[in-house]
Design a protein around this ligand. Structure first.
Ligand SMILES: *Cc1c(COP(=O)(O)O)cnc(C)c1O
Length: 384
């Protein structure tokens, strides 16, 4: 797509942990004219998105994996797990590393799950001994992991935790909340033996908000098919969406509820760009962006919410305010300099830190200078 076609309006740099900055190509695709969801032009766009998601998540090996793209936000993925995979009264284990793990637990309880929660210390990850002990205690239908908890910036060791779950509770389904990690952290859906990966368009996938992005294993689909009680929801039922997703991937139109056609064009543009280079390069670019931000802020004397760099996300950073400063002393001044960051979110310490997102084009297209602009603005605001 030529650059001359469209150029987005000048705006403040959006570096929150989602929504992120969008490329002109993605926004131009989002301006696709009115198009029927049955249009021969649209069908392969939808099908390609589903196929490209299999690539981005390394989910091409197990042929019975099923991607879902449904209008909604990331949260809808939690509801989908609660409604489709858990029957009322069944046990779920939530490995919580912040606000989003706690909320996932609340959501599963709304569907009648009996939730056990292992809560890591703030900035930490759950400890192996505790996880193993709890896995041995009872049979959990589903175990959830928050890959990057956006409230703390903690990156959970998802591959390692999945291995523990496979070893000590092989029948459990593993659901990874990857809303803030898809396309910024490596996720090996097949190799790690995951059953559900939940995401959304507006973070690492680099498209406007509005689509719930979910990958489901054959084992999870079988669990759904073998339920004793009906799915406790209508729009959320994978049974209704399954034929639609299969049809589009096979090049045929289908209908259950209207898909957000324009947004699917936007996601198509973003996924095409993501897959135009090796994914390993993309993850390395996010690691380099993260190291640049974290090293620069460390040299300003700042410290982080995650307890170690090894468990800090590569797509965002949670930074403690220096003593004596609070969000109103920093965030509005950064905005005056054209840099929009996010306040803290973890209930226990929301006032004590702020968050910078460095996902998507901000991390990958270094020539944009986004990272330098952020560091420069933080430096100026804190030296005042
Ligand atoms: C953003 C986020 C969500 C919620 O996604 P929405 O699109 O805001 O509904 C869930 N989990 C994590 C880890 C997130 O970062």
């Amino acid at each position: 797509m030529s650059e001359a076609k469209f150029q987005q309006a000048a705006h403040k740099l959006l570096v929150i942990p989602g929504p992120i900055e969008f490329s002109d190509e993605v926004l131009y695709a989002n301006a696709t004219p009115g198009t029927a969801y049955t249009s021969p032009a649209f069908i392969p766009i939808f099908g390609d998105c589903l196929r490209m998601l299999r690539k981005v998540l390394f989910a091409e090996e197990r042929k019975d994996n099923q991607p879902f793209l449904v209008a909604g936000s990331g949260t809808l993925g939690w509801d989908a797990v609660g409604a489709n995979l858990i029957e009322p009264g069944e046990e779920a284990l939530v490995l919580a590393t912040g606000y989003f793990g706690d909320s996932f637990a609340d959501c599963l309880e709304a569907y009648g799950a009996k939730v056990t929660k292992i809560t890591a210390e703030i900035g930490g990850v759950p400890n192996d001994e505790e996880v193993i002990a709890v896995l041995k205690e009872k049979k959990f239908k589903v175990v959830t992991i928050t890959h990057v908890d956006t409230s703390t910036g903690v990156l959970s060791p998802a591959a390692h935790l999945a291995e523990l779950i496979h070893t000590h509770s092989p029948s459990s389904l593993i659901a990874l909340d990857a809303v803030c990690s898809v396309a910024s952290e490596e996720i090996q859906f097949d190799k790690w033996g995951l059953d559900v990966v939940i995401s959304a368009t507006q973070k690492g996938l680099g498209a406007p908000p509005g689509l719930s992005v979910v990958m489901v294993s054959g084992k999870a689909i079988k669990t759904l098919e073998e339920r004793k009680s009906p799915v406790g929801g209508y729009y959320i039922s994978w049974k209704r969406w399954l034929p639609v997703m299969k049809a589009y991937e096979e090049g045929k139109p289908s209908y259950f509820a209207t898909p957000p056609v324009q947004l699917i064009y936007a996601l198509h543009a973003s996924l095409t760009s993501i897959l135009s280079a090796p994914l390993s390069d993309r993850f390395a670019a996010h690691q380099a962006a993260s190291a640049y931000i974290k090293d620069s802020l460390t040299s300003l004397g700042l410290s982080f919410v995650p307890l170690h760099r090894s468990i800090a996300a590569n797509g965002m950073t949670a930074i403690k305010f220096p003593p004596g400063l609070k969000a109103p002393d920093v965030l509005p001044h950064l905005a005056e300099k054209g840099v929009v960051v996010a306040a803290g979110l973890h209930k226990a310490m929301a006032g004590e830190y702020f968050r910078i997102g460095h996902m998507g084009i901000t991390a990958v297209q270094r020539e944009r200078g986004d990272l330098e602009k952020v560091v420069g603005a933080v430096k100026e605001v804190l030296s005042k």
